[in-house]
Design a protein around this ligand. Sequence first.
Ligand code: NAD
Length: 433
Amino acid sequence: MKLAVIGTGYVGLVSGVCFSELGNDVICVDKISSKISMLNGGEVPIYEPGLKQLIAHNKEEGRLSFTTDLTEAVRNSDIVVIAVGTPSMSNGQANLSYIMEAAKEIGQALNGFKIIVTKSTVPVGTNEKIRDIIAEHSMYPFEIASVPEFLREGTAIEDTLHPDRIIIGAATEIVKETLIELHSPLTNNIMITDIRSAEMIKYASNAFLATKISFINEIANICEKVGADVTQVARGMGYDKRIGHSFLKAGIGYGGSCFPKDTQALVQIAGQMDYDFKLLKSVIEVNHDQRFNIIRKLEAILKELSGRTIAVWGLAFKPETDDIRDAPALEIISSLLSKGARVKAYDPIASKNFSNVLQHECLEYCNNVREAAENADALCILTEWNEFREISPDLIQSWLKLPNLIDGRNLYSEEELKGTQLIYYSVGRPNMN
Ligand code: NAD
């Protein structure tokens, strides 16, 4: 099939490349010309394991190309996939301006029948607005569909090529048949829904996962008070098939480009219908507060943070990505700086993106774990990169000025800490704190 994918961010680029891997002809479009130049020059503007090789392979096979020319891409395609961003506005609602702009441009570019598929996460009813805008600008027939994306950054290619399910929100047979054909090489688990339900499935899924995270974080906070170990509690809970093990990892809360904005957006979607989504509001509040446990623990050991040097390992919102959007590290480091601390930060991949949004005379970006930790009064681990796991607590202790380790991701086991003199705080494991 011939596809145009509008937006070459984490979703559009990975989806486009994976569709080409399946043998489709794919043109990826972005309005940021520097991204397209990089992609045409063999570079990848984002970090995602395996992506560079997959792009090179499919370019070589002649199935994948990159352009800033949306009109040309749409005209040469049968299916147009919208994968532009839907960031939060200050009131929490999804900003649909990129979606509406893309819809207008697609409408103006149509030259015959096409199926327009929205992969971006959009509030219920948005696909109908997309249809209206395209219709306003085009005299050609077209159909719309909502195919929400569930990939996770860091494992995006695996998730795209082997998804748990594909949701196709569509109203007509031609769209259902075409999109089943497009997605059937990926999975047999394809669910056809109406368009509004497909839009809602995406928000409901992210809200549920966020709820699991906030739930286990609150259990962790209680574990610390009552002397139970949240890792054992979560394991014991997870063996119940109705609960499952995933997303029951206590830590400093979720971040990233999806959960924070999608939970906020769903509260807004509900609110616009006069429904007060109390549970989700609490999930958001718990998540926001959880990241400040790091500061509270630091203050409990060091008392005054002013004049202290704090090392931070991990800036990305999760490992294996360079994405720092809504990363807990942003607020934690800002809070440390506002309290007068000096921060030495290191991340294997995300430092550049982070330094683009946070610069401060007391914030130093370091080149490796050791440089960050050396002579610090405490080390905080904020992202569970494998690189950090491999460093022994003894080594950490030898680098630090004061032996304080605040492990926001529960990286170390009791066994590994035996014999060290580290003052160790983790999340919800009181026997180790
Ligand atoms: P992103 O910000 O990384 O990428 C969006 C891209 O679209 C940008 O490169 C931007 O320049 C481009 N763009 C915007 N308007 C355009 C236009 N008119 N023409 C051409 N290009 C245009 O966003 P993302 O993280 O890939 O997310 C895209 C959507 O997918 C969002 O709705 C998001 O909620 C959803 N989603 C994201 C993830 C994820 O893990 N990032 C997972 C599932 C769903």
